[in-house]
Ligand binder design. Structure first.
Ligand code: ADP
Ligand code: MG
Length: 330
């Protein structure tokens, strides 16, 4: 079997709205290996969640996967029957949603939900499952975990609920976790602790992880690889070191230029001027053209993705190493 847990090839997911066809995900290819973490980043509306939902077979009308393959441990999820797909989702693939109530059952105590998650996948006693549930809550930075186990979801704060939902996903010990911005609302210390636990789980259990975020500093601290989305397409992808240290796409360079850590010396946060294009009326040009400083005649035809450096891909005719430090301080 391939070492890749997930391989998405040329995925296209479109919404057939009354206003027209909206290509939310177009020609997205990515892969994640055992124990590896892929950060999927991009501004709001760039297609991150729809990519995650597509992998999970959770795209509903008016949306539909119109092209591509989603290979999970070598089997194509796009062409799999609903029953097998549901089985995989319950067992081997877990999603952590932006809204924890998508995972949590409002009428069950935290303990029951966590113990069920453990017992569904391991042959341990109820008492052992309880202890594991309590310890996992502790790992998530939850104080007095014994008391929290006796709470109903509505008795917990939003941040607490989100941590319980993450703990449940981890207790399932799936082969693939897709996490959709679950820590965005948490304070930075808690977020750092959760990311470190999640990373440990991935390494120890060989879980492949896709971590969706709009925050590049999360990717920098957590992920091995990164894919940057813009207007439904991946515009740059590669190892975190390569992409964050030497980004080639003007959009990635803009995002990195606006990272607070790059502004330690008091330089202004760099905003990328202009707006993301309306996906219902995408021009035939490069989707970034209207905001790009490197615009040329060529860019009037949308570029394909290419690999100018080994394992470092970019969707741009003019992939140029960043000159942002001179811009910032000039
Ligand atoms: P992100 O997660 O990066 O913020 P999404 O993946 O949620 O972005 O959305 C990508 C695009 O798909 C957006 O333009 C959004 O409006 C559109 N979209 C998402 N869900 C639907 C839907 N059910 N019907 C129509 N358009 C949708
Ligand atoms: Mg989203």
């Amino acid at each position: 079997m391939s070492a890749l847990t997930l391989e998405v090839r040329n995925l296209r997911t479109h919404f057939f709205t009354p206003e027209g066809v909206l290509p939310a995900v177009d020609d997205v290819s990515l892969s994640v290996g055992r124990g590896r973490i892929l950060g999927l980043v991009g501004e709001s509306g760039s297609g991150k969640s729809v990519t995650g939902f597509s992998i999970l077979g959770m795209v509903d009308a008016p949306g539909r996967i119109v092209g591509g393959e989603i290979l999970f441990q070598g089997r194509d999820l796009v062409r799999m029957d609903k029953t097998s797909l549901r089985e995989l989702q319950g067992n081997r693939i877990a999603m952590i949603f932006q809204d924890p109530m998508m995972t949590l059952n409002p009428v069950l105590k935290v303990e029951a939900q966590m113990v069920d998650a453990v017992l569904a996948h391991s042959k341990v006693s109820r008492q052992q499952a309880r202890e594991l549930a309590r310890d996992t809550l502790g790992m998530m930075g939850i104080a007095s975990p014994e008391e929290r186990l006796q709470a109903y979801p509505h008795q917990l704060s939003g941040g607490m609920r989100q941590r319980v939902a993450i703990a449940i996903a981890m207790l399932h010990k799936p082969d693939l976790i897709i996490a959709d911005e679950p820590t965005t609302a948490l304070d930075v210390t808690i977020q750092a602790q959760i990311l470190s636990e999640v990373q440990k789980l991935a390494r120890q259990h060989g879980t492949a992880l896709i971590w969706i975020t709009h925050d590049l500093s999360v990717v920098a601290g957590l992920a091995d690889e990164v894919a940057v989305m813009y207007a439904g397409r991946i515009v740059e992808q590669g190892s975190v070191d390569a992409v964050l240290d030497a980004p080639l796409h003007p959009y990635t360079q803009g995002l990195i230029g606006s990272l607070p850590s790059n502004n330690r010396r008091g330089a202004r946060l760099r905003q990328i001027p202009g707006m993301t294009p309306n996906l219902l009326h995408l021009p035939p040009t490069c989707a970034f053209a209207a905001r790009c400083e490197r615009l040329s005649q060529q860019c009037l035809v949308a570029p394909a993705i290419s690999e100018p450096l080994p394992a470092h891909r970019v969707r741009c005719y003019h992939p140029t190493p960043s000159t942002q430090s001179s811009e910032q301080h000039g």
